[in-house]
Design a protein around this ligand. Sequence first.
Ligand code: SF4
Length: 278
Amino acid sequence: MIRLAANHREAVNQSQGVWDYISPSRLNLWLKCPLAWKLRYIDGVKTPPTPALFLGTRVHDALEMFYRHRQLGVGLSVETAVKRIADSWEAAVETESMTFESVAAELQLKQQAADLVRVYLTLMADANDIPLAVETTLQRPLIDPATGENLGIPLLGVLDLILDDRDGPLICDFKTSSKSAAPFEVTHEIQLSCYAYLYRRSTGREEGGLEIRSLIKTKVPKIEFHRYEPRNDRHLRRLFAVVRAYLDDLDAGRFVFRPGLGCAMCDYRDDHCGSWEA
Ligand code: SF4
């Protein structure tokens, strides 16, 4: 792996702390497009939160409250958790400088968030899940399991929920989306491998499985559960191959654009992208 001169690394680090840690979202954005990653993490080009992202944070917040109470043995009613959406909405709008197309669009989004939480919790009311951890931030050094090499940078991740499941600890991640997605494991591979690595390094235990819980914003909200096997050596080798390639790009200061289907969803498409290599 190439290593940068200290002064260049310091200059890069000063912009967004990119040498402080690696996270699944940083890795995934770099995999999608190194130029988009640079614009966000080195150049610090801020993009406004989208309604879809804002809805996702509000739903996560309500579910976090529900499961934190359950972890303490306090059973919250579904409607108490749903009320959290309305109670926290205004403060979140202000904190995240969120703007809406219209008052009607804001009310519709708030209702959608409440409906998603209601449908999910109604479905799970009798599950009697036992949370081992809720919205937990883990950070551990990246030590390649195959070689024992410490890569000199930690991995950081926030795990939504870990449940005490029959097969062992079940690492769950909540997603909100507008449509169903086929359960292609590779879509979530980086995130799941990161979480499994962090969990194992933090507890000394192996996970019993991993699950993506999708709350889908169809007219009648739908909930989908996609469960995946514990990570194996191949998953970890693939994760570390990605981490090494990512660090090589950072060291080389090389951030080549990667046009593709993802451009349709990219905030930099209509301005900053076109300036690259202009
Ligand atoms: S529009 Fe496409 S190529 Fe350009 S920065 Fe975004 S993802 Fe990368």
